[in-house]
Design a protein around this ligand. Structure first.
Ligand SMILES: Cc1cc2nc3c(=O)[nH]c(=O)nc-3n(C[C@H](O)[C@H](O)[C@H](O)COP(=O)(O)O)c2cc1C
Length: 505
């Protein structure tokens, strides 16, 4: 039976209830030992993430008695399945998200909200109230925004946008936030002012043109669906309060919003903490370094400055963060989903997968499995890849594309590389795209000039002429069939071989 998207489909209301579900499924662990905000939490999270460990609930943070922090709670496929109310299967998670996105449900506004149980104004505003880690050893500050939703409104339409941008604490009441934002294809930048789009960046630039501040709210500790949607490209210029409506569509129920105390923005009522204030017009600040998903530290001296005038939070708030290094599973879904949408018109394509090696943006790689039997069919796919525009960090033309036959397990790196090694004649099967897209991310921006080229590798066997004479077709791949493999796997314990499973890569 299909999923009913008209009914609430996730078994929790907010982050807290989601954590309970994770705990009962054995996917959340409590860390009782005292841990330090300075790098220790980040290193624990990184190690655990690399081993696909459980979510971590730090309940004994040095200097922050009774103030917990959670991390790694939207990391593994099993956790994502609970977050989206579906099965722990890539295809099912993908379909649930995409179907929900296509059926947005407008949010509802409530008068009384958990996120406003406690309110701090004036001298009571202190961003150091919450345990915020120095996630990476060279981070230039404490990053309170790693999984937070940054809320601004378009001054022309009033439509709210929520984006996920890194946000660093500058002092008790000041933040610096690194909004990049979409920009037109092929337009080289001349500075941050040149970027246009529909996200928070554009809202700030529109207000700045009139010398006005931009009202802003930053929601920390949101439910996992909204956390996921905040980091995705959503058309908030076309749909009112788009991220909220899309998150409602995925959940199958309207999200509850509440009006902020310091401005008229609407914030998620069930978030843990809301930071409210204004972006100072025409002021920029240095921000970073911060360990980025591309695998390097990134920094910026052009980030927006935010003055916080009000903090609201739940009683006993739970901080929620991420050690940004793209070893979580959810960016793979985002990036793979965006690419699948872009290549949806080509019916031979069976699977598109974006392994998170270099993060999104310029680091994006696509493994494309297709049923192809002629060079012309591969050529159509190559053309389609070349036409993908740059839109945003999470919706982008891949800089590396590898096309493989449809029997390849796109998630198995060794299978993909075997096809590259065996199926690619470099002088024939490698296409270098011209320099087109603007480089926005370190270190490419430092190493190369402002435009990036791309590479498409045809690692298919079956599209190529000169197939095996003896067998008529290309020789079959001598891999154990899925059916036989699952039969053998089901008896593995019986064979007495379970200790031979490789547990750590
Ligand atoms: C964990 C995570 C961190 C991100 N950090 C940033 C960031 O620091 N700056 C940025 O411009 N985009 C960042 N992104 C990507 C944006 O959230 C994404 O492009 C989103 O669509 C932006 O929203 P907007 O188009 O409404 O501006 C991040 C995404 C994720 C998932």
């Amino acid at each position: 039976m299909g999923v009913d998207f008209n009914k609430p489909r996730v078994g929790y209301r907010d982050l807290r209830e989601y954590l309970k579900l994770l705990e009962s499924a054995g996917l959340l662990k409590y860390v009782k030992a005292e841990v330090d905000l300075r790098h220790e939490i980040g290193a624990i999270c990184a190690r655990s993430l690399d081993r696909k460990g459980a979510g971590l609930f730090f309940e004994n943070i040095k200097g922050y008695k009774g103030m917990p922090l959670v991390a790694n709670v939207l990391s593994t496929t099993e956790q994502l399945a609970i977050a989206f109310g579906t099965e722990a299967d890539d295809g099912k998670i993908y379909d649930t998200v995409q179907t929900g996105k296509a059926k947005p449900i407008p949010a509802r506004v409530v008068e009384v909200a958990p996120c406003q149980e406690e309110i701090h104004l004036g001298d009571g505003v202190d961003l150091y109230e919450f345990p915020t880690p120095w996630w990476h050893e060279l981070d230039g500050g404490q990053y309170i925004g790693t999984t937070a939703g940054v809320i601004t409104a378009d001054p022309d339409t009033g439509f709210i946008n929520m984006g996920m941008y890194r946000v660093m604490i500058k002092d008790r009441r000041t933040l610096a936030a690194n909004f990049k934002g979409p920009h037109p294809v092929g337009e080289p930048p001349t500075g941050p002012q040149s970027r246009v789009g529909y996200g928070g960046h554009t809202h700030i630039l529109k207000n700045e043109a009139l010398g006005k501040p931009t009202p802003i709210a930053i929601a920390c500790g949101m439910d996992p669906v909204l956390t996921y949607v905040a980091g995705q490209a959503v058309p908030s210029d076309k749909l009112e309060h788009a991220e909220y409506a899309v998150a409602g569509g995925i959940r199958g129920e309207a999200l509850a919003l509440v009006k902020c105390k310091a401005n008229d923005l609407l914030a998620p009522a069930d978030a843990e903490i809301i930071l409210e204030g204004e972006v100072v017009p025409n002021e920029r600040a240095a921000e970073g370094p911060h360990g980025e998903s591309q695998g390097f530290y990134g920094w910026n001296d052009q980030t927006f400055v935010i003055k916080i005038s009000c903090i609201t939070h739940r009683k006993n708030p739970i901080s929620y963060g991420l050690v940004c290094r793209c070893r979580e599973d959810y960016p793979k879904f985002m990036l793979s989903a965006a690419l699948r949408d872009k290549l949806a018109g080509i019916e031979n394509i069976k699977e598109v997968y974006a392994p998170v090696i270099g993060g999104g943006g310029m680091g994006l790689m696509a493994i494309i499995a297709a049923k192809v039997s002629s060079p012309a069919e591969v050529e159509r796919i190559i053309e389609a890849i070349q036409k993908i525009p740059y839109e945003s960090y999470t919706s982008h033309k891949p800089r590396w594309s590898v096309i493989v036959d449809d029997d390849c397990d796109v998630r198995d790196w060794e299978d993909v590389m075997w096809r590259v090694v065996m199926g690619v004649m470099p002088d024939k099967d490698v296409r270098i795209g011209p320099r087109l897209d603007r480089i926005t991310h370190e270190p490419l921006a430092t190493l190369y000039d402002s435009k990036a080229s791309s590479i498409i590798i045809d690692a298919t066997f079956r599209s190529k002429p000169g197939k095996s004479k003896e067998l008529g077709e290309f020789p079959p791949v001598n891999k154990v069939s899925k059916e036989l493999m699952s039969k053998v796997e089901s008896r593995w314990k019986e064979y007495g071989l379970e200790q031979l499973w490789r547990t750590e890569r």
